[in-house]
Design a protein around this ligand. Structure first.
Ligand SMILES: [Zn+2]
Length: 242
């Protein structure tokens, strides 16, 4: 059966079919463990985007049990299920975002499951890096920087790419449990957060990458196109005049 799938390497949405995917359930014949009969399943995918064409590989580990009513084996992979390759769900980011900021984001994605609190620390540092680089705002804490950014939106001095919504999203993150409670402290202060909270910070970073840096770049590209056409027309006119 065909299902929708998005390549983790290039984010190209596509349909998963028998031609570009391979999967198998493998029973581990090692006796009954504390979770019952053990089994694992792999799913390998090939990206159909010809510019990418990369492999993705996921693995699930869990139990197998015979279902009397359905007359078939039922598998439960809730014990452990993860992406093996690529190991992180980080979205590839363009070159026009400063490397040091993108590096923090990639690292935060890589360790989201393994260590949410380390991931959240990197994410907060990444968000601070963006506010300082993009919005040109610097204050003693991330909390105060978000406050200043709000003021800049209100008095109209903020960059055009910074929407009110994106600042509201930043502001809302301050309401999230421990993340908000410790925002007055240095960004490198380690805060106890869970995987979901670490994920919210990652999503916020992706939103800011698109809305701030992405939108500014699009505007620049549009302006460059207009300038190029204007220069060409000017050159043609000048040629005709000679
Ligand atoms: Zn791809």
């Amino acid at each position: 059966m065909a299902t929708q799938w998005t390549c983790p390497h290039c984010r190209h949405p596509q349909v998963r079919t028998e031609d570009n995917s391979a999967t198998a359930k493998i029973h581990l014949d090692l006796g009954v463990t504390n979770i019952g009969d053990t089994s694992f399943e792999y799913l390998a995918m090939r990206c159909l985007n010809s510019d990418c064409n990369q492999l993705s590989f996921n693995l699930g580990l869990g139990s197998r049990r015979w279902d009397q009513l359905q007359h078939r084996n039922v598998y439960d992979y809730s014990l452990w299920c993860d992406a093996i390759y690529p190991s992180s769900a980080a979205k590839p980011q363009p070159d026009f975002i400063p490397e040091v900021i993108v590096e923090d984001y990639y690292e935060a994605c890589k360790i989201q499951k393994l260590s949410p609190k380390a991931s959240a620390t990197l994410s907060r540092r990444c968000i601070q890096g963006m506010i300082r680089d993009f919005a040109k705002i610097k204050a003693p804490s991330l909390y105060k920087e978000i406050e200043k950014l709000r003021e800049a939106i209100t008095d109209g001095s903020a960059d055009r790419s910074i929407s009110e919504e994106s600042v509201e999203a930043l502001h809302a993150v301050r309401e999230i449990g421990n993340i908000g409670a410790h925002m007055e402290k240095d960004v490198n202060h380690i805060v106890e957060v869970d995987e979901e909270e670490a994920g919210i910070l990652i999503e916020l970073i992706e939103q800011l990458f698109d809305e701030w840096y992405g939108e500014r770049e699009k505007r620049k590209a549009r302006l460059d196109r207009v300038r190029k056409v204007a220069d060409e027309k000017k050159a043609v006119k000048a040629q005709a005049a000679t």
